[in-house]
Design a protein around this ligand. Structure first.
Ligand code: ARG
Length: 483
């Protein structure tokens, strides 16, 4: 921001005041350092408003032409940096009015008719967020693509394409539970991100309501055309209640929630990557480009990207909490507290646009250790459920089967054996139902293939799940590129 001390301060509300604001008030009140990023949208709304004033006969042809030309010139100057807010500008609206007065003279003052900063700011923020929602969705789709590509790489195929699918130990309570495909687990994360985009798309429908034309709170005595303004700005409709239009920040809170939940998903993926790349798990290695070292321990290779993703979820949740807390006690309609809506939403956008590409790169470049994963998949007696369900298929009540396999597991633990290392003799002693045929289900490959429910971990099912998800992500990416 330029501090030009000589710039005469433009104020939008000076008329009824004899003295200027105190230094302390001015410093508290100023928001242009944050809301300047809305300038582009404020100018788009100004252009639409100028056209409406013209059609209403409040600007003649010549005035409308000159005003629109000045708005275009100001837009260009904002883009090039030739026009910048000064330290004396209270907010983005004040700065842009100054810019307009500098370019159009006193004609610039006509644009304020029929609108208020209250309906302007609500409009600007919606326009900005609708754009940013698409940016965020596009970056989420890229992360999903990275997860899906890794999944595909580990789905198996002919020998020359890498051999069989990569198994992994599926966990509950962070304990080995049942074998799964690594691809299945990677796609589980991609599904969470699919819901994040679905939430943004759903949010966008509710956010597509235009507050402009509501004035300060009660509508306008001037013959405005809110339908035309809404259409020009790409909204689906004007707001139906002018008081709600200037007081409502649901769209900001909902956006922050969608961002916070995406942040939670990034954090959970980050936590898994921290575990996977630890020595104890040893499932995967991070590419050098996405790892960091230690200033003292030369051997270290740390998962800082994943940790920052995990850490930044905290600020996203904090932003949402702060925003909701700010809103909860506000009487209708506009209150200056509402100015505090911007930092949390801007921070949510900035945070996600920072974290998502780093996580996409991290995931895309990670190398998984197939051998280690395969060995680990069967560990911890992870095939115990398969034995129990084998007994059920042979007519044993599950309750009894569960009991018998429990004894088998204890025997294995006492004797330090795997399930498949128990002799036929020993099996028979543990339970007469445990005949040697049980060995047929004591393999990870068999266990995976047997989980053949449509959402299950059988390779052919995971391949179908991947194909369906690819289609959904393509549709989401198309939405993200729209508008
Ligand atoms: N900077 C203000 C905000 O962000 C703009 C609206 C000001 N309205 C007012 N009545 N003071 O909310």
């Amino acid at each position: 921001m330029s501090g030009e001390p000589g710039t005469p301060a433009v104020r939008l509300w000076g008329g009824r005041f004899e003295a200027g604001p105190s230094e302390a008030l001015a410093r508290l009140s100023v928001s242009v350092q944050h809301d300047w990023r809305l300038a582009r949208y404020d100018l788009l709304a100004s252009r639409a408003h100028a056209r409406v004033l013209h059609r209403a006969g409040l600007l003649d042809d010549g005035e409308a032409g000159r005003l629109l030309a000045a708005i275009e010139e100001l837009s260009r100057d904002c883009q090039s940096g030739a026009f910048r807010p000064s330290a004396a500008d209270e907010d983005v609206h004040t700065a842009l009015e100054r810019g307009l007065l500098e370019r159009a003279g006193s004609l610039g003052g006509k644009l304020r008719a029929g609108r208020s900063r209250n309906d302007q700011i609500a409009t600007d923020l919606r326009l900005y967020l609708r754009d940013q929602a698409r940016q965020v969705a596009a970056r989420i789709a890229e992360l999903q693509a990275a997860l899906m590509d890794q999944a595909e790489r580990h789905l198996g195929g002919p020998e020359e394409a890498g051999g069989p699918a990569t198994p992994a130990p599926g966990m509950t309570h962070l304990q080995h539970a049942q074998p799964v495909l690594l691809a299945h687990q990677l796609l589980a994360h991609a599904h969470a991100f699919a819901r994040d985009i679905a939430r943004l798309r759903d949010w966008d429908r509710r956010a597509a309501i235009c507050p402009l034309g509501s004035g300060a709170l009660a509508g306008s005595t001037l013959p405005l055309d809110p339908e035309a303004v809404a259409a020009e700005l790409g909204f689906s409709a004007p707001a139906s209640n002018s008081m709600d239009a200037v007081a409502d920040r649901d769209f900001a809170a909902e956006f922050c929630f969608a961002a916070a939940l995406a942040g939670v998903h990034l954090s959970r993926l980050g936590e898994e990557i921290v575990l996977w790349t630890s020595h104890e798990f040893g499932w995967a290695e991070i590419d050098d480009a996405y790892a960091t070292g230690s200033s003292i321990m030369p051997q270290k290779k740390n998962a800082d990207v994943a940790e920052l993703a995990r850490g930044k979820a905290g600020r996203l949740i904090g932003g949402l909490t702060g925003l909701l807390t700010m809103l909860k006690g506000l009487p209708l309609t506009y209150n200056r507290d509402l100015q505090e809506d911007k930092e949390p939403v801007f921070d949510a956008v900035d945070t996600l646009l920072l974290v998502l590409p780093a996580m996409a790169g991290l995931v895309a470049s990670m190398r998984f250790h197939r051998e280690r994963l395969a060995r680990s998949a069967a560990a911890g007696h992870a095939l115990a459920t398969d034995v129990a369900e084998w007994l059920v298929r042979r007519g044993v009540a599950f309750r009894e089967a569960h009991e018998a396999v429990g004894h088998l597991v204890v025997w294995c633990e006492v004797h330090d054996r795997e399930l498949w290392e128990v002799s036929d003799d020993e099996l028979g002693k543990i339970s007469p139902h445990l005949t040697p045929e049980v060995r047929a289900v004591l393999s990870v490959t068999g266990a995976l293939a047997a989980r053949d429910t449509p959402n299950g971990t059988a390779p052919r099912r995971v391949a179908a799940q991947l194909a369906a998800l690819r289609e959904a992500v393509a549709a989401d990416a198309e939405w993200a590129a729209s508008g």
